[in-house]
Design a protein. Sequence first.
Length: 267
Amino acid sequence: MSNNLEKDGAAVQSVDRALSILKLLARHGELGISEIAAHLEVHRSTAFRLIMTAEMHELVEQTADRGKYRLGVGVLRLAGATTARLDVVRESRTIGEKLAAAVGETVNIAILDRDAVLYVDQMAGPSALQTYNWAGRRVAAHATSNGKVLLAHAPVERLEKLAAGPLESFTERTVTDAQRLGEELDDVRGCGYAIAADELEIGLTAVAAPIWNVEGTVVASMSVSGPTFRLPAERLPGVAEQVVAAAKQVSSRLGWHGNENGRALTG
């Protein structure tokens, strides 16, 4: 037990030092190994190992003279992803609240996070009493309307990777056949929205549409979800029309002008 605690402590210390290096470079711009070691009060070899690890992840890079280090493009990618997510949440909030009020059900904003859907915001409608809070939850992409929208516009390699593994079954309605899922994603691209009825949970139905950014790529999805008895099949086309319209409003606020490229950048 003591060995495990010592290893955990060393790992935490390494993370702390690595983050301290990023802060130092942000403050000073460029620093050499000896300077970083002095700031951290560690041996030069320790600072070098930390820098090499950060450089491997492109969080730092060497300057042209190979003597000093500065923040790398990996930091910019992380910052850009966070900014994009915050932009989507900010621009969708008012529109989502209006949609939730009009439909009477819960509205969610989601992004693709590796092989799952990450819910980043939620607006509850008047009919959604004691609604489940989806914000912050990761869910299997193939079993949700948001996931199907995002997968429909995801890079081909991501779909191939998903299809290569088993698709988990959550209910008897969950699509677990890769070929059938591919056909559904084709339909999603064609009609502009996705439906998942009783696929993640029995009694839960959702309709989702894509949110595009200025570059014409899908960065998120917007959905309406509620009890299946309140969202029966005959009501879904009308709800889908409202969701698509609201998602396009958000897309417009992000600078989209109808120039779809059909690729998701997030996750």
